[in-house]
Design a protein around this ligand. Structure first.
Ligand code: ZN
Length: 308
C-alpha cells in the first residue's frame, strides 16, 4: 500500500516548518519541526568565559538532545542562510546573496561604548523573552511525542557583533560572532550529547529530509543522523559576496570589503578569503586549488579573522 505524505508549513515565532508523514497504523506519524532563531549569538545560548547565557530553559531542553557546538551558518545574514537551509544549496548556487540594505550604524560623535552596552542589554532582554516562549513551544511538542514521533531542530540563522573586531550588527563580515551560532536537535533517532564536529547549513537540509523519511539529500550536505562522522568541508560566504561593500566600524573608519568573500572550516580553524572562480563552481565543491587561494588571501594581509 502506498502511503500519502503531507507537507505542512506553519509560522511560529521567527519561522517553523512542520512536516508530517503518514505511515502505516503500526508506526506513529512523524513530525519534523524546524525552529530558526533570528540573530541569536552562541554565547547567549551557551554562555562564555566572561558572561552567562540567557537561555536556561532552552539549555535544559538541549541537554536532552544533541548540541552541535561547531555549527557555522552559511553566511551572516538572514535570507541567504534561510534559502540555503531550505534548499541545501550554497548562496552562490541558489542566487540569494543578500538581504535588503543593512542600515544599522553608530552616528558620528556618539559614544560607541555606551551605545553598545545599551544595545547588548536590550538584546539580552529579548533573548530571555525568547527563552520563555521557546520553552512553551517545546513543552507542547513534548506532550504528544508518544503518539507522534517528533524531531525538533533548533538553529540560529546568524549571530550579532557588539564591537568585536570593530563591527556592529551582522551581515557584512564573516566573524566568529556572526556565523558560529546555536544549533541542537531533539530526536529519538539522534544520540544525546555534545558534538564538536564542524557542521554547516547544508548538513541540516539533508538531515531534515532524513528525519522526515524523504529520500534524497542536498548536494554537499551530510545526514547528521548517521553520517556525522563523515569528513566534510563547511563553507559559506559573506553577504553580497559578488560585489564590493563597505563597513563603518565603531571607531568611525570605513573599510572596503572585497577580499574576504568566503569562509571555509579547515579542521576546526575558520579561514576566510577569496576562492576565486573555483569557489563558484556549479557543484559547490571547494578543491585544493581554491583552498590554497583562500589561504593565500588570508596570509596576504587583509584578514581580520584569519584564524579563530
Ligand atoms: Zn537573520
Amino acid at each position: 500500500m502506498k502511503h500519502r505524505r503531507r507537507l505542512l508549513v506553519a509560522a511560529l515565532g521567527v519561522g517553523v516548518a512542520l512536516t508530517a508523514a503518514c505511515t502505516p497504523q503500526a508506526e506513529p506519524p512523524v513530525r519534523v519541526v524546524l525552529i530558526t532563531l533570528d540573530t541569536l549569538r552562541l554565547d547567549s545560548f551557551l554562555g562564555s568565559a566572561d558572561r552567562p547565557g540567557q537561555m536556561p530553559r532552552l539549555r535544559k531542553w538541549a541537554e536532552r538532545g544533541r548540541v552541535f557546538e561547531l555549527y557555522y551558518s552559511s553566511t551572516s545574514t538572514t535570507q541567504p542562510t534561510h534559502a540555503t537551509l531550505l534548499t541545501g544549496l550554497h548562496p552562490w548556487e541558489h542566487g540569494v546573496p543578500r538581504n535588503g540594505k543593512v542600515k544599522a550604524r553608530i552616528a558620528e560623535g556618539s559614544d560607541p561604548a555606551r551605545i553598545l552596552a545599551k544595545a547588548r542589554g536590550l538584546y539580552d532582554g529579548d533573548v530571555s523573552y525568547l527563552d520563555g516562549a521557546l520553552d512553551r513551544v517545546l513543552v507542547q511538542l513534548d506532550e504528544d511525542r508518544e503518539e507522534i514521533e517528533t524531531h525538533v531542530l533548533v538553529v540560529s540563522d546568524h549571530g550579532e557583533s557588539f564591537g568585536e573586531g570593530g563591527s556592529v550588527g551582522h551581515g557584512r563580515r564573516l566573524t566568529t560572532e556572526q556565523i558560529r551560532v546555536p544549533c541542537f536537535g531533539l530526536s529519538p533517532r539522534v544520540a544525546p550529547g555534545v558534538s564538536v564536529r564542524p557542521i554547516g547549513t547544508t548538513d541540516l537540509t539533508t538531515t531534515i529530509l532524513s528525519l522526515a523519511g524523504v529520500a534524497g539529500e542536498a548536494p554537499g550536505g551530510r545526514d547528521l543522523v548517521d553520517r556525522e562522522t563523515e569528513p566534510a568541508r563547511v563553507v559559506g560566504m559573506r553577504r553580497a559576496f559578488d560585489r564590493i561593500t563597505h563597513e563603518r566600524r565603531i571607531d568611525g573608519s570605513v573599510h572596503v570589503l572585497e577580499g574576504l568573500r568566503f569562509y571555509v572550516l579547515d579542521g576546526q580553524d575558520l579561514v576566510t578569503g577569496n576562492f576565486g572562480r573555483a569557489g563558484r563552481s556549479r557543484e559547490g565543491r571547494i578543491g585544493p586549488a581554491a583552498l590554497r587561494g583562500v589561504r593565500g588571501a588570508v596570509h596576504g594581509g587583509d584578514a581580520p579573522l584569519a584564524r579563530r
